[in-house]
Design a protein around this ligand. Structure first.
Ligand SMILES: [Zn+2]
Length: 122
């Protein structure tokens, strides 16, 4: 099981694990699901990544932020609509090696994390 190749979804940052149906086109697989394929990262998603990195840069070393802070920075009064996109942006930053996601102070697997998360520089 664990020797199957993996990659990170370009939309949501969750881990994609190799499946038999992809044996001919694994290199071309970029998204974990049809939903992610239809909602490719757009300008707001890139803004959320930049907002997370910007917020982290202003924190003391080792400081954390909540994804909602990035959602508020980008979305203004409509920030709630950006909560899941902000979590996805955080997962993409983890996949890029730029951040880690924590819960109760411990680094967690972004694909498996449920409930409130914090983001810290990698
Ligand atoms: Zn995905």
């Amino acid at each position: 099981m664990n020797d199957r190749p993996t990659k990170d979804c370009e939309r949501c940052g969750r881990v994609i694990t190799w499946r038999k149906k992809w044996e001919r086109n694994w290199d071309a697989v970029r998204f974990c699901s049809d939903r992610c394929r239809r909602h490719r990262p757009g300008p707001a998603d890139l803004q959320l990544e930049a907002a997370i990195l910007g917020l982290l840069a202003r924190r003391p070393r080792g400081g954390t932020i909540c994804p909602s802070e990035a959602a508020r920075a980008v979305g203004g009064v409509a920030w709630r609509d950006l909560m899941e996109p902000a979590r996805s942006a955080a997962r993409r930053l983890v996949a890029a090696g730029k951040a880690v996601i924590t819960q109760q102070g411990r680094v967690v697997d972004p694909s498996a994390a449920r409930g409130p998360i914090r983001v810290r520089s990698a």
